[in-house]
Design a protein around this ligand. Structure first.
Ligand code: MUC
Ligand code: MG
Length: 367
């Protein structure tokens, strides 16, 4: 089988409400649908959500990277040669989200070619995973309303709460209000997206000592090395690395450095091939992982749940899979379902991505 064409289709789907966090705000899913065609008629899909504040990529840069560099590099390639393809793409630095989408679309082709769901090919660990919802920044009462709506609609009982504001009093107030509204059985962890400085994270965690926080992601800039190590040493909960460790080498460096205890794995930035390498690295080092979310649309969510359910390390914890519910629409004939707070990976061959061409025509912005 040979790759005959690689397309990058930019599209825009509005959010029902803006999703705010300490390093940015997303108001529209201005993502890119990557489509890889083959000479056997099998077509693979993936979604690339650009996050300029994290990786310096934009919708335009992802389209250009795919069209100008990756499409010519893939022409005639065997989709089963993922290692060769990723070595070729690695000659160009950066562009993690564009590369990840290419890798995921290749896996979609491989699954269809062998007639197996990619979840089985990757490891087939669990039939479904618990879902964590990310709560964007807002006033404490807005955040409580958001959490209650998601709990009541989808049965979700795990929340990642965005924090990282200065001064941190409003964050502490919001987390306390959430704990009191949601009760003790709900899992809650925090993500400051590098927003806090100095010992703010330690002070905020001390103020939340009785709030049942499970972990804290990206308390402040990882480049503030001594501050970060001090936070990790003194924190009463594990510190999770996310945007400070977006590649296997960075994961190794931060873990060995004492700059985080756990790692967030996002398939939208490391695809399946490199995400699996990060799972293995973390297992070898005895570090926990959590399946994160790059404010993924529905197509990227199918990739996320596939990976999360395939591996024991990611399936054992709730996975962040629900960002798409705050988008006004998707590109699929059937959106992913969250039932009783859980999501099951698609069981069709490949990734189970059935694109609705009318929706693509409606939301694409390149015509
Ligand atoms: C997170 O975990 O930081 C916000 C932007 C992004 O790329 O990921 C999110 C959530
Ligand atoms: Mg994060």
């Amino acid at each position: 089988m040979k790759v005959t064409a690689v397309e990058a289709i930019p599209f825009e789907i509005p959010f029902r409400r803006p999703f705010a966090f300490a390093s940015g705000v997303a108001t529209v899913a201005d993502h890119v649908l990557v489509r890889i065609r083959t000479d056997e008629g099998i077509v693979g899909h993936a979604e690339a959500p650009p996050r300029p504040y994290t990786y310096g990529e934009s919708q335009t840069s992802i389209v250009a990277a795919v069209h100008d560099w990756f499409s010519p590099a893939l022409a005639g390639a065997d989709p089963f040669g993922r290692e060769r393809i990723s070595a070729t793409l690695a000659r160009i630095v950066g562009n993690p989200t564009a590369k990840a989408a290419v890798d995921i679309a290749l896996w979609d082709i491989i699954g269809q070619a062998v007639g197996q769901p990619v979840q089985s090919l990757l490891g087939g660990y669990a039939a479904s995973v618990r879902v964590t919802h990310m709560l964007g920044l807002g006033s404490p009462s807005e955040m409580v309303d958001d959490a209650c709506r998601v709990r009541d609609t989808y049965g979700i009982s795990a929340f990642k709460v965005k924090v990282g504001r200065t001064p941190f009093g409003v964050d502490v107030e919001a987390v306390r209000a959430l704990r009191s509204a949601l009760g003790d059985d709900v899992e809650m962890y925090l993500d400051a997206n590098r927003g806090w400085r100095g010992d703010d994270a330690l002070r905020a965690l001390a103020a939340l000592a009785d709030a049942g926080i499970a972990m804290l992601e990206e308390p402040g800039p990882a480049d503030d090395i001594l501050t970060r190590r001090r936070t990790v040493e003194r924190s009463p909960v594990p510190i999770v690395g996310d945007e400070s460790c977006t590649r296997a080498a960075e994961v190794a460096r931060l873990l060995l450095d004492g700059s985080c205890d756990m790692v967030s794995i996002k398939t939208s930035r490391t695809g399946f091939t490199d995400s699996a390498k990060i799972v293995g690295l973390c297992e070898g080092l005895g570090a926990g992982v959590v399946l994160g979310n790059q404010v993924d649309g529905a197509v990227a969510t199918l990739a996320g749940v596939t990976f999360a359910a395939a591996h024991r390390a990611t399936a054992e914890r709730p996975a962040e899979l629900s960002a798409f519910v705050d988008m006004a629409d998707d590109l699929l004939t059937e959106p992913p379902e969250i039932v009783d707070g859980r999501m099951a990976p698609p069981q069709q061959p490949g990734l189970g991505i059935t694109i609705d061409d009318d929706k693509v025509d409606r939301y694409r912005v390149d015509r």
